[in-house]
Design a protein around this ligand. Sequence first.
Ligand SMILES: Nc1ncnc2c1ncn2[C@@H]1O[C@H](COP(=O)(O)OP(=O)(O)OP(=O)(O)O)[C@@H](O)[C@H]1O
Ligand SMILES: [Mg+2]
Length: 345
Amino acid sequence: MNARSEPNPILSVRNLRTVFETGDGLVEAVRGVSFDLRHKDVLGIVGESGSGKTVTSMSILRLLPPNGFIAGGEIIFDGSDLVKMGTRVLRRVRGNRIAMVFQDPMTSLNPLMPIGKQVGEMIAEHRRDMSASAVKAEVLRLLKLVSIPEPDVRYNSYPHEFSGGMRQRVTIAMAIACEPDILIADEPTTALDVTIQEQILILLGGLRDRLDMSVMFITHDLGVVAELCTRVIVMYGGLIMEEGSTADVFERPMHPYTAGLLASVPNLASDKGQKLSSISGSPPDMTHPPTGCPYSPRCGHARNLCGAYVPPMFDADGERKSSCWLLASEAPFEDNPFKRGGRDV
Ligand SMILES: Nc1ncnc2c1ncn2[C@@H]1O[C@H](COP(=O)(O)OP(=O)(O)OP(=O)(O)O)[C@@H](O)[C@H]1O
Ligand SMILES: [Mg+2]
């Protein structure tokens, strides 16, 4: 069955919990995360450092370090649960159907092999029927697609002969070599300077349209999300704080954490005449996460209730979800700027 023809989400994560064994005991980095990735969505995942963005994405392909494991939940892709899938079948999903691009291109590239050969190996691994000359032609087509100048000359270059931006283009070429259904990009532009970042973002947006892919885009950068993402998930303390269409979440945040993040981004805040401010305090130590809402120790709206119980996910209108006690219809708070008639889901 081809997931692309399905109206259903291409990926459904349900109540995912991912845990690490550490010298200080168990660290629950992802504490019950549920979301859908729909066909051709570019889903942004944002949140401060340590909120669980990378662990969520690594859990999807079960690429966790040896001390990490999925303690519960389901990750349904094309009708199968990736959490329960045998490693041989999962290996075929990796790269073929779901591909990843990381922050540092050097982690995905072999420094000792010309880049053309590396992209070619990726193709040959997944399409064993192709002749060597057909593979080479495909490599050149991909290098051109990711806008590497003079692909036939650059084919024989080694990674160290490329700039950071060009290297990231090569890893993107490798990631899209098998025309995956889903591309997961974890901070793919963070290590690059601003103009190169912009070019890579334009490239990714264009590829999404040309290749009919869905994209999960993990970033700290809300400006990038505003530019590239159709939907956004805001994470904090291993939980989803808020989810919705990017325009809606950025225009009318329903969670004080989202509002705090937005107020700290110069162009987004000043557009709305907001004063620039950063959220005081720091993210929780996940070895000892606070009981209740993880944001409550930093939240200007927090009441006793917030520190005592994790709020449920309130569903505002099916498209918008937020996990904040302010959204409970019986919430005993005056001056509530976030309330929008939420309903518990
Ligand atoms: N190998 C590991 N062992 C123990 N704890 C880990 C490990 N990897 C991640 N964690 C913990 O999991 C939590 C989430 O980490 P994660 O890398 O997903 O954050 P992130 O949102 O991607 O942050 P950043 O924006 O800095 O990339 C953190 O508290 C981190 O300390
Ligand atoms: Mg990360």
